[in-house]
Ligand binder design. Structure first.
Ligand code: SAM
Length: 661
């Protein structure tokens, strides 16, 4: 293929021109790429001088070495007579010695020339830099800059450490001094630094809780939260993350819109809005309908596209519960608390206006907003109702394929939108919320048909970050109804809590998802997806594994008291306990948990439960306490995920057994 280039022209002896070669000359390397014949020609006058200097030095060095060698030989010839025979190793040794002495000389020379060589070195680097490409020069500059920055950072860190060490716990007098916000911020950092290495940096006179109280006080001052909410947040997040969360909550989330797929496609909508001077992008890979708006020359809530119902302004987090619900065409779906209809219209779009969508809200005024939005967005498969969601199962029990409960909540996840949340919430508000949320969730579950061929799902969501309104509500439902948690299918989000301080929640709560402003650039949000596996509502005396465990222990105890069987009391009880632990429950703690559950169930009206009420470990005591255990059985179950039938079957077996005995 083609002619071969001959870059080694000098070496090749031509055998004679070929046919082609006669017509055309062989290709040769262009002059610009060829190595310069006389490299000195290319050097500047300064470089030439330096090269000359180096050459001279080399020659001098060589001369010195030769002289040294000659002198040595002379000395050795005069002093030591040559040995008659030398073996090779000795020869090597003398040679080594010679080499070493030579090296020493060189070293001495080098040492003498140190200042010189340093000069040379800098000269060399200078000349090297001269030869470098611009990009390489830039690289060197960048490296120098980086090194400088590292040095500065190190110095700053040392300064911080020095500051940390000098942090003094404030006295009452110093506390009274008026401080700027900057001072408060600085002290927040200092306290966090002390808390991170408490044993080393603490003031021995002050306890950890004193430091934490001081930190809480400063955080409340700096971020304008009330004491109650700040304490809740401090319990939720590790300190380092807490600061990130608080900072992110100060900033509004990006403006996002959802394409109404009933009327247009995202691509067409984006083009139309770009033409109007809207700077936007797809929201992310996780949504096919979301767009994030960076800037706009027109009000996004008043464009012809908006008025024509091609999109709705909706926070990114609001997409999530509907995506988790995954509505199907021709289903019967209920949005239990749907005003102003943002999520409900998304559900209608995914149903492609088929089936029936019940959009309910207890607030009459707010339902008007649902009507308006549905008109604008072209939702035609809906029935808008205004009733207390808790009453829906009375009218439509086991009726829906899917239910969304986007529950009323404290809104602690959306402080960036509504600053008043920071200071307006207290314990009573939270209790009021979670009591209503629990009742609504049970009603939502009771409205769903477990036998739905396509569904049987309930999605629960809130825009709160508090555990009491999220995992705790779900944990309650898991105990009260025949539902189990399933994957939300969202593919991202932080796992829900299964442990919180000394509270232990159902292990599957890790399937729920939390969303945070500092992690996901969304409002604080919670999503859980439940699957109903039986339409039977467990009654209060329906038992569960934990109860069975207690029964077994009780039974064993009764038997041992009767002394009808050969086995001793202790062995019977031990056997039962073993069986219990095999069932996955420890006998210890069950009773305590039960008492705690009862307290929750009794809370129809808001009342104060502090986390300290949660029992850590309460052992089931045998003997006198047995009566109390059996009384409590009537109150409720610890976990009612088991279908009733199975349980009753089990009970029957047990009754027969007892009868036989
Ligand atoms: C978080 S908002 C719902 C937002 C709505 N899902 C959306 O995306 O547009 C909670 C709603 O619950 C309603 N609500 C409060 N108590 C209710 C109850 N007992 N039954 C039904 N809805 C209730 C409120 O009126 C409020 O509109």
């Amino acid at each position: 293929m083609g002619r071969k280039a001959k870059f080694n022209e000098g070496e090749i002896v031509k055998k004679g021109p070929g046919k082609k070669a006669k017509k055309q000359k062989d290709p040769v390397l262009p002059k610009s790429l060829k190595a310069p014949e006389d490299s000195l020609k290319q050097l500047s006058s300064r470089q030439k001088k330096r090269v000359k200097k180096r050459e001279e030095k080399k020659v001098e060095l060589l001369k010195k070495r030769q002289e040294n060698r000659k002198n040595k030989k002379k000395e050795s010839d005069e002093k030591i007579p040559p040995p008659p025979q030398q073996d090779s190793s000795e020869e090597d040794f003398s040679e080594d010695e010679e080499m070493a002495s030579e090296d020493d000389n060189v070293k001495v020379d080098n040492l003498n020339d140190l200042s010189d060589s340093e000069e040379n070195h800098s000269d060399d680097s200078y000349s090297d830099e001269d030869d470098l490409l611009p990009i390489e020069k830039e690289n060197i500059k960048l490296k120098k800059k980086q090194a400088l920055e590292e040095k500065e950072a190190e110095a700053e860190m040392q300064l911080n450490i020095a500051n940390q060490e000098s942090f003094k716990f404030p006295t009452k007098e110093s506390e009274e001094e008026v401080k700027s916000l900057q001072d408060v911020q600085q002290r927040i950092r200092e306290i966090i630094a002390v808390l991170s290495e408490f044993s080393k940096l603490r003031d021995a006179e002050h306890s950890r809780s004193e430091y934490i109280d001081l930190l809480k006080e400063d955080l409340c001052t700096y971020y304008s939260y009330n004491d109650f909410l700040m304490e809740k947040l401090m319990q939720l997040f590790p300190l380092s993350e807490l600061l990130e969360y608080l900072e992110a909550s100060e900033v509004q989330r990006p403006l996002t819109i959802r394409t109404n797929s009933l009327k247009t496609r995202r691509r067409d909508l984006a083009q139309a809005l770009i033409n109007r001077g809207v700077n936007l992008d797809p929201i992310g890979k996780w949504s096919k309908v979301g767009l994030v708006v960076y800037s706009s020359q027109v009000p996004v809530g008043a464009t012809p596209e908006y008025l024509g119902g091609h999109y709705i302004i909706q926070g990114a987090s609001s997409f999530l519960p509907v995506m988790a619900l995954a509505p199907q065409e021709n289903e019967r779906i209920l949005d239990m608390s749907s005003a102003p209809g943002g999520k409900a219209s998304h559900i209608a779009a995914l149903m492609k206006n088929t089936g029936v969508l019940f959009a309910n809200d207890s607030n009459k005024d707010r339902t008007k907003a649902i009507v308006g939005n549905f008109h604008r967005l072209g939702v035609v498969n809906s029935v808008i109702t205004c009733m207390d969601g808790r009453n829906i199962p009375k009218l439509m029990k086991v009726f829906f394929d899917r239910v969304l409960l986007d529950a009323p909540c404290t809104g602690t996840g959306v402080v960036a939108k509504d600053n008043s949340v920071k200071t307006s919430k207290n314990e009573i508000d939270i209790q009021r919320c979670y009591n209503l949320q629990r009742q609504l969730l049970l009603a939502a579950i009771d409205s769903v048909n477990a036998k739905s061929p396509t569904g049987g799902y309930i999605v629960y969501s809130t825009c709160s970050v508090l555990l009491e309104e999220n995992e705790w509500v779900i944990d309650f439902a898991l105990k009260k109804r025949n539902v189990k948690l399933v994957d939300t299918g969202l593919g991202f989000g932080t796992e829900g809590f299964t442990k919180y301080r000394h509270l232990r929640l159902h292990p599957t709560l890790n399937l729920t998802r939390r969303f945070y402003p500092h992690e996901h650039n969304m409002d604080g949000f919670f999503v859980a997806k439940l699957k109903k596996f039986s339409n039977v509502i467990p009654t209060s005396d329906t038992s569960d594994i934990a109860e069975e465990v207690e029964e077994e222990i009780e039974e064993a105890h009764e038997i041992s008291l009767d002394e009808t069987v050969g086995e001793t009391k202790s062995t019977k009880v031990e056997k039962a306990k073993k069986k219990a632990s095999l069932n996955g429950f420890k006998a210890k703690g069950v009773n305590g948990q039960r008492q705690f559950n009862k307290k929750i169930e009794d809370q129809e009206e808001p009342s104060k439960i502090s986390w300290e009420d949660v029992p850590k470990k309460t052992s089931v005591k045998l003997g006198k306490k047995l009566k109390t255990v059996s009384k409590k059985k009537k109150i409720g179950s610890l976990k009612s995920n088991k279908p009733d039938k199975k349980h009753l079957k089990h009970k029957n077996v047990k009754l027969v057994k007892r009868h036989n005995k």
